[in-house]
Ligand binder design. Sequence first.
Ligand code: ZN
Length: 295
Amino acid sequence: MIISGFDLSNSVEKSISAAMHSKRFPHAVIIEGGKAEERMALAKKIAAALVCSSGGIVPCGVCSACRKAAADSHADILLYSVEDKPKAFKVDIVREIRNKAYIVPNEADRKVFILENSHTMGNEGQNAILKILEEPPAYVSFILLCSTKSGFLPTVLSRSTVYNLGQASASEDEAMPRESIVEAARGVALAAAALDDIEIVKAAAVFEKNQKLLRAALPVIQEIFALALRIKYSAEEENDELGFVAAEIAPKLSRRALLSLIESTDTLINSIKLNANHNLTVTALCTKLRKAVTD
Ligand SMILES: [Zn+2]
């Protein structure tokens, strides 16, 4: 079998091609960094090579499997794509993937799962996928795509081979480190809960001249308020970074205040989508938070 179509001048593609050639291609790989489109293109190339039925030059590009792979219609290439936002990769999706992984492939020798934005899986989702990464059926391959592997549990990382496409870059917010986004969101949520005008203005200061950070942080701020509201209703325990912040602010705010905070962040998220003036949006963030908690 000869592996074709990979760019051998690129170290990542070269090592993927070599692993496939020696039939040592791992059951689970994480492709991080680079642009989202690059990660997806590489994943599709790997998937096509894994399902190609030619047995000679692979992927051959002409067999029925290759043609279906190119048309995104191969029954044994399962693509799961979610938005790049916290916890978008829900545990229910992971469970569905797990169930499907135990069903043998339809037509190819392999069954390939491509999970886009897999870094948005919470701990629960990661633990669910870990069960199958630990003992995958022989025919299964997982290709996890993410801007950065930093959100993965060490247990998941230890079961996967990581390929890094270089500094994550994207037109959207992917290049922004997750820690900076969470830190900014945390600051704002805590300041709002402290009912302190000055603290709110201070916390929001990180967004001045940083439109990208504000755009990335607002959904996270909203998520914290939503989690806090859930904690108030269900006394449910949260065990990730956002959950801890939510647990801290939940006792300080009424349900009504939290609902109002969720609505206010929603308004701001929408106004950013409509390209509202950035400085005015930062000011609006401060006044809206203050109003939501005091009204
Ligand atoms: Zn083929």
